[in-house]
Design a protein around this ligand. Structure first.
Ligand SMILES: Cc1ncc(COP(=O)(O)O)c(C=O)c1O
Length: 392
């Protein structure tokens, strides 16, 4: 498929997010070996890549090709991910007296969630780096996405997911030909088994932020928000946070666009708001100085939010603080109510993770952390269709 007009990536190296030590882009990297922190991709900010370059490019996330890490177009594994619509939620906005409420609807991606972006990128890089077998711990959506992209690339996939995950998430992996392993517990226990399979079977471990390129896929949401809004960013972005990759990616994209000259150096960047399930809120708790034992965090209907330890927690804290953002939790019942309200008033069946954002807004207004006249954007990360068996 001819996705772009160019075969150039401006990637220069990977760097440790803590100490900036450089890592090689020509080898599989699953861990930052120096500080045990995520590795992030660094690029040359080449002014030849201007916004004019985007004209006539395909409406997929690969339109930002130069700022993506795949070196050779032949390795791109794409199912048409990205360039999801931004929609105004006028009927919901009217209920709360909001001036401008929008949603970026990621449910329209292949496999029904934003995970398609990260996994398209990670599996393209896995192909480029010669991987024959990939393994991923998942709360649900990432597993289906990895299975699909591995099927398309002809790479063996092993998906490890909590045994309580709704059946449809399990079935889709099997349809895509992945080996599926169910584990009693949350995603951190799945992660321990993935590390074992990596060690014993030589599989490439695609765990969130331990593999550096899923972040690069997810950052394309930030590029799209800017481009689709004609380079006028929202005041606030609400993000349903599990491992936090999307939040970090959007923030990374804003900074890359400043370096590229696509956004003005003094641009007012959005305040980034972390929304988590009350059942499992390690990031919100740590931002509020609360320490809990991980056994106190339990599963959630929003399985993507049931992440008791976020590997990139320090980075998430930095983004919330730098952006002047905040964090808030939403209960299980609020998410169920939110799914129903958005369906009934806007005709969209969103994932409970997305619905959590809508239910967070009145809380943020009450605490004066957002005001009714601001431009508010919610990132609906997935489709509600996969969750129906647990929603009644
Ligand atoms: C629908 C959905 N929303 C949000 C998340 C959390 O994503 P992140 O790791 O970017 O915080 C997930 C992760 O599984 C998910 O599936």
């Amino acid at each position: 498929m001819n996705l772009t007009n160019t075969q150039t990536s401006f990637i220069t190296h990977l760097k440790c997010s803590k100490c900036s030590k450089s890592y090689n882009i020509h080898e599989q990297q699953s861990f930052a070996t120096c500080c045990n922190k995520p590795l992030v991709a660094a690029y040359e900010s080449n002014p030849t890549f201007g916004t004019f370059s985007l004209k006539n490019r395909a409406a997929t996330m690969w339109r930002y090709r130069e700022m993506l890490p795949v070196l050779d177009d032949a390795n791109i594994v794409s199912l048409g991910e990205g360039m999801t619509p931004i929609l105004s939620l006028n009927r919901l906005a009217a209920q709360l007296g909001l001036n401008d409420l929008q949603v970026k609807d990621e449910s329209l991606n292949p496999t029904g969630s934003f995970k398609a972006r990260g996994l398209s990128m990670a599996i393209s890089k896995a192909k480029e780096l010669g991987a024959k077998h990939c393994v991923v711990p998942t709360a649900g959506n990432a597993g289906g996405a990895m299975a699909a992209y591995c099927a398309s690339a002809g790479i063996k996939a092993t998906v490890i997911m909590p045994s309580h995950t709704p059946k449809i998430f399990q079935q889709e992996c099997q349809y895509y030909g992945a080996e599926l392993i169910l584990v009693k517990g949350l995603i951190n226990e799945c992660g321990a088994l993935a590390a074992k399979i990596e060690k014993e079977q030589g599989a490439y471990n695609i765990s969130t932020l331990k593999e550096p390129y899923r972040l690069e896929g997810k950052k394309t949401m930030g590029y799209e928000i800017a481009e689709q809004l004609d380079w006028q960013l929202p005041d606030v972005i609400l993000y349903p946070t599990g491992g936090g990759t999307g939040l970090l990616g959007i923030w990374k994209a804003f900074h890359e666009m400043i370096d590229l000259g696509w956004l003005k150096p003094d641009v007012k960047l959005p305040r980034m708001v972390v929304v988590q399930a009350a059942n499992c809120s390690p990031v919100v708790d740590s931002l509020n100085g609360i320490t809990k034992d991980i056994s106190e965090y339990t599963e959630s209907l929003a399985n993507g939010l049931a992440v008791p330890i976020a590997f990139g927690q320090d980075m998430i804290h930095r983004v919330v603080k730098e952006s002047g953002g905040t964090s808030v939790t939403v209960s299980e019942q609020e998410m169920i109510d939110g799914v129903k309200e958005i369906a009934k008033h806007e005709g969209m069946l969103v994932a409970p993770e997305g619905a959590a954002l809508w239910k967070a807004i009145p809380k943020l207004i009450a605490s004066k952390e957002i005001s009714r006249d601001e431009k508010i954007m919610m990132i609906n990360t997935g489709s509600g269709y996969k969750y129906l068996e647990n929603l009644s």
